[in-house]
Write a protein that binds this ligand. Structure first.
Ligand code: NOJ
Ligand code: NOJ
Length: 581
């Protein structure tokens, strides 16, 4: 009994010690991280010499690795943080930075680059030179998360502008930029992409999740702005994305598989980063959108964290239910394949986000899917719903808070006294490695601090979404996804339409909806008057199809006879270029 008491007391003491360590870290690191982040934004940032105004450098490191470029992903994640700080009123001095960012991105959107022009795929280019010219070297391109993340950042600012200026102001300034990115997402989401780590060309959970989010909030904004012609297409493609998103869940392994290709286990920071970047406090613990406190996302988080316990020396001797250093994915070897500050902060953030929701809803549910996650903290816990008045709720939420703080304590331990955050810290001894002053490390740290303080960024319409019972289009045009025996066919048709009128396709295969006009699939007008869609159809088959017109979703007319017809190839991709008849 005495032993038990002593153990409990010392546990308490160490928990309190850890929480005060983290309190101290938050207090000292927050201003340093924010200064570090702002130093990497041109033109006036102290470490971003040569960068144009509003251009975010990934890191000042210009050799081994050379990160003196601007990535759309990193910049958008950084500016999402800045825009949230500004629109929430936490820091009203940031408006000029935001305006510079918008100007810089409007230039970058138009820069022709190896992925294409603004209207032929160039928006998927991953990175640019910091003087706003194209980077023309070899690279893993395209990376289709960039336009979605940028749209999400800009939509946050657009929503603020709607409230504080006028709809017409947003329509004429920001909306054209947002629409470019959203149209890109709507027409290309089912094409293969390099993942956020720029290595695997297939379909990627993070990319699909952020694309889904962007189209949902984009459809809401478009409605507010009276841009009704795009709304139904965004909603249709968002529903397709939500459908496809489900396919990454691995029920046997209890985790989200990061990529459809690549030949790895699929346990990857990709997945918890997706949960925090698509957090919507109004969506509760919804598993369809993999919310931070959903059973799937918590189960997946445990599998991911556990993958690093025995492979990093810095984790040796740590209890099997305590926080450890984590990296991108266990098989990683890039720049030593060590721990990443942003991955560790992201774990903490997912847990803090969960605490925000449990507190708001006053209950915590343990399901068979999340049981193993919760049993780490209380081996006797059972599947059930625990109200905030119960001891189980108190025990579990306290344990999750301690677990979360443990991750920040790890980052704290390996952050040097000057507060600088590199990309990685050594799996062997914790010393900083790879790119110094990584802007994204600072942003990830700051957003985790906000979540710890109970601050969530605004939602995006994730509450109550229903997964369609039939997926209209299977994802992943290439790189190992898609079922065997199908080829991705892009249908382009030149068709002039009036406002409210849209072009759909239907045809003689399941994926072409078996000649149904009701479930015919809408094409994207991103390159109007060319309407397009990519559909996986059976390989080596006779494919027949027709385009139809609908007005505000109601059937209007078929193309004239005969059917369009072609023989699909045995493998690869294929394009049909048609003119409406
Ligand atoms: C550079 C990328 O930035 C990094 O993510 C990747 O791991 C390496 N190339 C190796 O492919
Ligand atoms: C490598 C990372 O893998 C990638 O996600 C990031 O965009 C670049 N570094 C720049 O920070």
């Amino acid at each position: 009994m005495r032993q038990v008491l002593l153990t409990a007391l010392s546990l308490c003491a160490s928990v309190f010690a850890q929480s005060s360590t983290v309190d101290t870290y938050v207090t000292t690191e927050a201003p340093l991280a924010k200064a570090g982040l702002l130093a990497n934004i041109g033109a006036s940032g102290s470490k971003s010499e040569g960068a144009k105004a509003g251009v975010v450098i990934a890191s000042p490191s210009n050799v081994n690795p050379n990160y003196l470029y601007t990535w759309t992903r990193d910049s958008s994640v950084v500016f999402k943080y800045i825009i949230d700080e500004f629109t929430s009123g936490a820091d009203t001095t940031l408006l000029g930075q935001i305006q510079n960012f918008i100007t810089a991105e409007s230039t970058l959107q138009q820069v022709s680059n190896p992925s294409g022009t603004v209207s032929s795929g160039g928006l998927g280019e991953p990175k640019f030179n910091i003087d706003e010219t194209a980077f023309t070297g070899a690279w893993g391109r395209p990376q289709r998360d960039g336009p979605a993340l940028r749209a999400t950042a800009m939509i946050g600012y657009a929503n603020w502008l709607v409230k504080n200026t006028s709809v017409s102001n947003v329509v004429s300034t920001l909306w054209p930029m947002i629409e470019l990115d959203l149209n890109y997402v709507a027409s290309n989401w089912n094409q293969s992409t390099f993942d956020l780590w720029e290595e695997i060309n297939s379909s990627s959970f993070f990319t699909t999740a952020v694309q889904h989010r962007a189209l949902r909030e984009g459809a809401i904004l478009a409605t507010t702005l009276g841009q009704t012609s795009v709304v139904s297409n965004y909603q249709t493609q968002a529903a397709n994305l939500l459908c496809f998103l489900q396919s990454y869940w691995n029920p046997t392994g209890g985790y989200i598989t990061a990529n459809t290709g690549g030949g790895r286990s699929g346990r990857d920071a990709n997945t918890h980063l997706a949960s925090i970047h698509t957090f919507d406090p109004a969506a509760g613990c919804d598993a369809a959108t993999f919310q931070p406190c959903s059973d799937r996302a918590l189960s997946s988080l445990k599998v991911y964290v556990d993958a690093f316990r025995s492979i990093y020396t810095v984790n040796s001797g740590v209890a099997s239910n305590a926080a450890v250093a984590t990296g991108r994915y266990p098989e990683d070897s890039y720049m030593g394949g060590s721990a990443w500050f942003l991955a560790v902060a992201g774990v903490a953030e997912q847990l803090y986000d969960s605490l925000i929701v449990w507190k708001a809803q006053g209950t915590l549910n343990v399901t068979s899917t999340s049981l193993a996650f919760f049993q780490q903290f209380e081996s006797s816990v059972a599947v059930g719903s625990y109200a905030s008045s119960t001891a189980t709720y108190t025990t579990l939420t306290a344990a999750v808070k301690t677990f979360a703080d443990g991750f920040l304590a790890i980052n704290a331990k390996y952050t040097p006294a000057n507060g600088s955050l590199s990309e990685q810290f050594s799996r062997n001894d914790g010393t900083e490695l790879s790119a110094a002053d990584l802007t994204w490390s600072y942003a990830a740290t700051l957003t985790s601090f906000n979540a710890r303080a109970g601050i969530a960024s605004p939602g995006w319409g994730a509450a109550g979404l229903v997964v369609p019972s039939v997926c209209q289009t299977s994802g992943g045009g290439g790189g190992g996804s898609g079922s065997a025996g199908t080829v991705a066919v892009t249908f382009n048709v030149d068709a002039t339409t009036f406002l409210g009128e849209d072009i759909y396709i239907t045809g003689n295969t399941d994926s072409l909806q078996n000649w149904s006009t009701d479930s015919a699939m809408i094409l994207s007008p991103a390159n109007y008057p060319i309407w397009s869609i990519t559909v996986n159809v059976p390989a080596s088959s006779d494919i027949q199809y027709k385009y139809i017109r609908k007005v505000n979703g109601a059937f209007e007319s078929w193309e004239s006879d005969p059917n369009n017809e072609f023989q699909s190839p045995a493998s690869g991709t294929f394009t049909r270029n048609d003119t409406w008849r």
